[in-house]
Design a binder for this molecule. Structure first.
Ligand SMILES: Cc1cc2nc3c(=O)[nH]c(=O)nc-3n(C[C@H](O)[C@H](O)[C@H](O)COP(=O)(O)O)c2cc1C
Length: 192
């Protein structure tokens, strides 16, 4: 059982990072092997829509994303975490998500070889925004959840929290607990 955490904030040690750590702690407690990827430490270009992946099954861009795609394929669950930037996801998270394109053929079906490894994969999301109304992050939820629904991944849920200063979320144990439970759920659904 592998749970992969994708950290989409450029602020390492910030709120998204702390909540993702909580989620991964929950997954570890439930018996999963966990790994966290800090997108800001990776070189990930935007999708070029060159269609090479539609034909050959692999991405034409030689950067860090193909390695991350392998880790996604190997994981049983992927939990994403990131802040709201201008009512949307960060550039790091968007570049990453657009590169999921490499998993699909020209008709937006999974490539035959990735389908068995993506089918039923669990996917979750943590968002943080400064706005006290956490629904300011709804566009990010929409993006990830619709992607999951469209591709028949199993959506395990969302943790939406509000915080501004770096690490401020540590003062919100309820959000930390919610993230922990999301991680447990990521690791335990198989037995449910
Ligand atoms: C460039 C930028 C844009 C932001 N835009 C928004 C926004 O539209 N709505 C909001 O509620 N917070 C916004 N914020 C605040 C962050 O979402 C907030 O500080 C969050 O806690 C940062 O999370 P992090 O510590 O994981 O980076 C923005 C912050 C930055 C740096």
């Amino acid at each position: 059982m592998k749970v992969l955490g994708i950290m989409g904030s450029p602020r390492i040690g910030g709120n998204s990072d702390l909540l993702l750590d909580q989620a991964l702690a929950g997954a570890r407690e439930a018996g999963a092997e966990v790994e966290k990827i800090l997108l800001v430490r990776k070189k990930i270009s935007g999708c070029l829509d060159c269609k090479e992946c539609n034909i050959g099954g692999s991405c034409a861009i030689r950067d860090d994303m193909p390695e991350i795609q392998q880790k996604i394929l190997e994981a049983d669950a992927v939990i994403h975490s990131g802040p709201v930037y201008f009512w949307a996801m960060t550039a790091q998270l968007k570049a990453y998500l657009d590169r999921w394109c490499a998993f699909f053929d020209a008709d937006w079906n999974w490539h035959r070889e990735v389908y068995p490894r993506m089918k039923g994969k669990r996917i979750g999301l943590i968002t943080v925004c400064a706005d006290p109304n956490v629904h300011t992050a709804d566009p990010i939820v929409h993006s990830f959840k619709t992607t999951a629904d469209f591709t028949k991944l199993r959506w395990i849920g969302t943790v939406m929290a509000s915080a501004t200063g770096k690490g401020e979320i540590a003062g919100n144990p309820a959000a930390g607990q919610e993230a922990f439970e999301l991680g447990r759920k990521a690791a335990m659904l198989e037995q449910a």
